[in-house]
Ligand binder design. Structure first.
Ligand code: NA7
Length: 545
């Protein structure tokens, strides 16, 4: 390779929904593209997540691509598919879109350096491969960096300990084991439901109660899916018109527009619909008005208390006073979670009353006692939204580092690009709707915009694009302004970066919803990509293209 040549027009990082969509579309548009993926297979988080019970909280058919050529012949077995079904879906995508031929697996991008003279990125990987490209599209998702708390003594534990996202790919049988599960987010709830079926004992360590909603899981037949497919185009359209990219419409009514009986009946209908309906389809003011929010909380609490026999345990799971408003920390979906606490082999430890002191050789020592385990499951979440990006050592203009640049808080334009990092776009990143948005919706809405952008630049011979300082500032102000109007700031959540010690507390995602977000992306494009500086630089050719 000589200095005038690039290896590829575009390097994509990550083979989850966002990355494979980019690969498929960019290749079809004639770009030379390679996708670098740290894992050994497709799927992003669904490559890593294989703990028992791992499944998506989005219902069929919203968690798949809208391309009819895909969904026409694809069938799911359950309304909320598990990780095995999702891996099969990615295998199907590979077959239909012939993805793997342009993917380098087991290749973790460790750093990338901007070369101003050539308007190129030089990408470094952990296996020594280096790649030179014009543009980078980083699709590392919001949950690619597991968070393992700094517990004293974690290395002393003589049993097995694993983070949910690093569950052994060959499997780990919990039958007959004494299992400790730390964390009660979506992963903790799911793994607890499976552990309770087979383990000798399950001890759940809860720091903050999860407001888990009824999944209302059920099997799906091929016939009913064939019948439903006539409505898929409308569902996929609706997905782009709702706040969170689902086909669930929030009510036009406020919680107090109706009387108590009618409100309860409304809540019950949402509950029976299952999934995120009670969250995304609730009364219009539930996410912005604390009194309205409290009515939803109290209904949810009543549902939990109906199922848990011991009132003291029920009170820990669903306290009289909410730890934070309902829905401002991500709810999980559950099937049997609350019933399990009636089983003799399941114990709940309230870490508020009884914090973890240290991990010992035998298990977990809290202020009150030592619990002995064969397996400790760390369902402790992720350095969400930014962790995947800041784990890569991006060096932009004048030696600027992305991680350092965001140390005092994130700043982006459209949640897609940052000053000092030309020709670099990231999908599902900070200040985009990502954390609030159904994955495939975001992959298509944001991803489609990126494909149009890259095509526009190529067609006009533009070799350098960078967000402007003014645009970045305006976007950050907009995110801050909308978040002040919401209740999101009232919880210590990964939405707020508050789950990681030392991370700046701020709303990490765009809280204005998909339609408003997409509108502003479209306006920028219609104005020749306002908020970005476009320049024609030196011409380079690719070896591949
Ligand atoms: P989450 O939702 O971030 O949950 C992590 C859980 O781990 C949560 O209950 C935390 O309690 C708990 N946690 C984290 N650190 C500690 C320490 N140090 N001690 C005790 N407990 C701790 O991660 P998930 O993997 O469940 O889900 C991530 C996303 O994936 C989810 O939102 C979906 O979008 C899919 P806390 O609530 O912080 O008190």
């Amino acid at each position: 390779m000589n200095d005038d040549q690039l290896d590829f027009d575009i390097v994509i990082v990550g083979a989850g929904f966002a990355g494979v969509f980019q690969l498929h579309k960019l290749r079809a548009s004639g770009f030379s593209v390679v996708l670098l993926e740290a894992g050994s297979g497709l799927g992003g988080i669904w490559h890593w997540n294989c703990y028992p019970g791992a499944r998506v909280d989005s219902h069929v058919p919203v968690y798949e691509f809208s391309d009819e050529d895909l969904w026409r012949d694809w069938y799911w077995d359950e309304r909320f598919p598990d990780w095995k079904a999702l891996r099969s879906y990615f295998a199907y995508l590979d077959e239909k879109w012939d993805l793997s031929r342009d993917i380098k697996f087991d290749t973790r991008v460790t750093g990338a350096t901007w070369n101003e003279d050539g308007s190129t990125w030089h990408v470094a990987t952990d296996n020594g491969d280096a790649v030179r490209c014009r543009f980078m599209v980083v699709c590392t998702g919001f949950a690619s960096k597991p968070h393992i708390p700094d517990f004293d003594g974690l290395d002393d534990f003589r049993g097995i300990s694993t983070h949910t996202a690093r569950w052994p790919q060959e499997g780990l049988d919990m039958t007959g084991l004494r299992v400790g599960i730390i964390g009660t987010g979506a992963s903790g709830v799911q793994v607890t439901q499976e552990a309770a079926k087979v383990a000798a004992s399950v001890t759940v360590f809860q720091r903050t109660p999860i407001m888990a909603l009824a999944m209302q899981q059920r099997a799906l037949t091929r016939d009913e899916q064939d019948h439903a497919k006539a409505g898929y185009p409308a569902i996929f359209q609706t997905r782009t018109e709702t706040f969170a990219g689902f086909d669930i419409i929030r009510s036009d009514h406020g919680a107090f527009d109706v009387d108590d009986d009618e409100r309860r009946a409304g809540f019950e209908r949402m509950w029976q619909a299952g999934g995120f309906t009670f969250w995304a389809g609730n009364y219009g003011d539930v996410m912005i008005d604390e009194a309205a929010n409290r009515t939803a909380y109290d209904f949810w609490r009543g549902k939990v208390h109906e199922r848990v026999n011991d009132p003291a345990v029920a009170e820990i799971l669903a306290p009289t006073e909410p730890p934070h408003p309902f829905g401002v920390k991500r709810p999980s979906l559950e099937q049997t979670y609350y019933d399990l606490f009636n089983q003799a082999n399941v114990t709940l430890v309230d870490l508020q009353a009884n914090p973890i002191k240290r991990i010992t050789a035998a298990g977990v020592r809290t202020a009150a006692t030592e619990h002995e385990f064969d397996l400790i499951v760390l369902a402790t979440g992720f350095d969400a939204v930014t962790g995947g990006l800041t784990s890569i050592d991006f060096e932009g203009t004048n030696g600027r580092r992305l991680k350092a640049s965001w140390a005092e808080g994130v700043h982006t334009h459209l949640g897609l690009a940052s000053v000092g990092f030309p020709n670099l776009v990231y999908l599902y990143g900070p200040q985009s709707p990502s954390g609030f948005c159904n994955g495939p919706t975001c992959a298509e809405v944001q991803g489609g915009w990126v494909i149009d952008l890259l095509t526009h630049l190529r067609d006009r011979g533009v070799t350098r694009i960078e967000a402007t300082q003014e645009a970045e500032q305006a976007w950050s102000e907009q995110v801050a302004m909308i978040s002040e109007m919401s209740l999101f700031t009232k919880a210590d959540s990964w939405y707020m970066g508050a789950n990681i010690p030392g991370k700046k507390r701020e709303l990490l995602n765009y809280p204005g919803g998909i339609p408003l977000y997409a509108d502003q992306c479209r306006t920028s494009a219609a104005n020749g990509y306002s908020g970005f500086e476009l320049a024609q630089g030196p011409t380079r050719s690719t070896e591949a293209g």
